[in-house]
Design a binder for this molecule. Sequence first.
Ligand SMILES: Cc1cc2nc3c(=O)[nH]c(=O)nc-3n(C[C@H](O)[C@H](O)[C@H](O)COP(=O)(O)OP(=O)(O)OC[C@H]3O[C@@H](n4cnc5c(N)ncnc54)[C@H](O)[C@@H]3O)c2cc1C
Length: 374
Amino acid sequence: MPVRVAEIGIIGAGAAGLSVAWQLARRGKPPLVFEAHTPGSGAMTASGGMLSPAYEAQYEELPLLRAMIASRQRYPEWAAQLGDIGYVESGTYELALLPEDVPYVQRRMEFELQQGLRVEWIESSELRRRLPHISPRIPGGTYAPDEGHLIPELLRDRLVEAILRDGGSILSHTPAQRIEFLPGTFRVYTPQGTYEVDQLLICTGVPLAGLSLPFKVYPVRGQMIAIESPAADWLPAPVRYFNKLAGYGYAIPKRDYIILGGTAEEKGRDPSLTVGGVLDILRRAYHVFPDLYESRILRWWAGLRPATASRLPILYKDPSRPLYYVNGLYRNGILLAPLIGEGIAQWILEGELPAELQPFCPEVLSEEGQKRDL
Ligand SMILES: Cc1cc2nc3c(=O)[nH]c(=O)nc-3n(C[C@H](O)[C@H](O)[C@H](O)COP(=O)(O)OP(=O)(O)OC[C@H]3O[C@@H](n4cnc5c(N)ncnc54)[C@H](O)[C@@H]3O)c2cc1C
């Protein structure tokens, strides 16, 4: 027998679902969240937690850059409200690995400056003063002082606490297998029972349990390695490094460890680590930080970034019912969490999306999701 349990249901307790759930609960509409496994167990806690609009910006994605900047600016307030999320305003470095990579990194700096971001060129000697463990072979790089990072597991924990405190509920190990649309209500079928809600938000990232979405989601695998930090303050800020043949990589300091990453592969839903992926990550990191040779590997994992065909977010409302979709947060779901949380709650409660999110809201869905030319 179905039970009506909440006005608003949310499927997926990841970066998007938890952020929106908290904002709805804060505004007096505590939702019921269905999670197939445990909160944050999708891409959220596989992520590096970088808050890096400048270095994530692609030349052709200006609306996404504007959304990332708007979301980044909300993090100090989110951190103050949520408590310890491991939030650090450290800035971020981007290094050229070889002399031939310098024009690329400088060209990106010009673009970032044109977009109003603060970023500066740092010569090799000054870089080594600030980052004493980088190789003397590094020819130079940039520093963006307004970037930061956080610890995704702590963000997950604080959001869950805040949702429960403000009256929301989270059903772990409760995959939504099927949804039925009835007049004035939605029926969510799970192995644990059937639930009825008046409004429904679906933010599953890469969807599980056979749930079908009205657009395609392409999983983009990222492999990650956590290594022991040789000393406190060994790495004062996230460092990204670029080589035009080998691609990019990054090292992100956490409290007593460092995360190394930098792969992006479309291999379906395969969450495996591979020899090639691990080799690429370690080889690039070793080129930049030769002192890491003796560092102990603590753990490694892979996660699936949810991408649309356009690689841009998709925010879609069914024209005939109170049914919302948020997906395609791809590489930036942690960075975008505050804007998504506040903006989607506003959309559901007041009917209007903030201006920064409107470019990602197609009136009509194409089979592939969203067109690239925003
Ligand atoms: C290796 C890696 C590194 C990253 N680094 C960064 C970074 O540094 N900075 C940044 O901003 N972003 C980063 N990201 C991206 C970020 O993690 C994602 O964009 C974000 O987690 C997407 O949020 P989401 O809520 O859409 O999906 P997810 O976080 O994956 O959450 C979706 C949730 O829905 C659940 N679910 C799925 N199907 C069902 C169902 N049928 N019923 C119930 N529940 C269901 C899943 O179990 C999951 O918990 C990284 C991602 C990866 C993989």
